[in-house]
Design a protein around this ligand. Structure first.
Ligand code: 5GP
Length: 193
């Protein structure tokens, strides 16, 4: 039977966690193509933009000083040091605006951030996007050619920690095809039955 569109419950939040290189961005892009009301929070980060990344679209690229200011003024819904070197966080206001308007929100954040959101928004849906295998993840990460060898090793270490926490999640979605992973996220958000 074809999936039926339904109104998402007011203020649905889906927290998507998964190791670097697993394809979170691609799956979210596919979900948004199929369900344009889904909004994905744009995180703030202290890391440098990669080639092709645009400020305000992929991330808000901000200075360490500005990041600290935002944290101190309560402007971050959650934040964490990721890959040991840089800070990433979710600006609070845009998320609260979408939720107040009853729109579905996706947060693509790391494990530490997800744990913080579980404290403040226990009603959110916590989803782990897993690679088909660890070997496949390593191949994808090395094939991306956007990070140095040292950076890839660091991301693989973070990935081990994240994969070990998979049992903390309400749902595990294996990203073997982008379309089926996006469909499973739509189910979790109540966008299809
Ligand atoms: P990348 O540098 O590859 O874009 O992202 C590295 C990691 O940072 C991703 O795996 C993602 O989970 C995490 N990340 C991105 N934005 C946020 C955020 O707003 N908060 C937290 N806690 N982690 C984030």
């Amino acid at each position: 039977m074809a999936p039926t569109a339904v109104n998402p419950p007011r203020g649905s939040v889906l927290v998507l966690v998964g190791p670097s290189g697993v394809g979170k961005g691609t799956v979210i892009a596919q979900l948004r193509r199929r369900f344009p009301s889904v909004w994905c929070s744009v995180s703030a980060t202290t890391r440098e933009p990669r080639p092709g990344e645009r400020d305000g679209e992929h991330y808000f690229f901000i200075t360490p000083e500005r990041f600290t200011e935002l944290v101190d003024s309560g402007g971050m819904l959650e934040w964490a040091w990721v890959h040991e070197t840089e800070r990433y966080g979710t600006p609070r206001e845009p998320v609260e605006e979408r939720l107040a308007a009853g729109l579905p929100v996706v947060l693509e954040i790391d494990l530490q951030g997800a744990r913080q959101v579980r404290e403040t928004m226990p009603e959110a849906h916590f989803v782990f996007l897993a690679p088909p295998s660890r070997a496949e993840l390593e191949a994808r990460l090395r094939g991306r050619e956007t990070e140095s060898a040292q950076e890839i090793e660091r991301r693989l270490r973070t990935a081990e920690v994240e994969l070990d926490a998979i049992d903390e999640f309400d749902h595990v979605v294996v990203n073997d095809t982008v379309d089926s992973a996006a469909t499973q996220l739509a189910h979790v958000l109540g966008l299809i039955q």
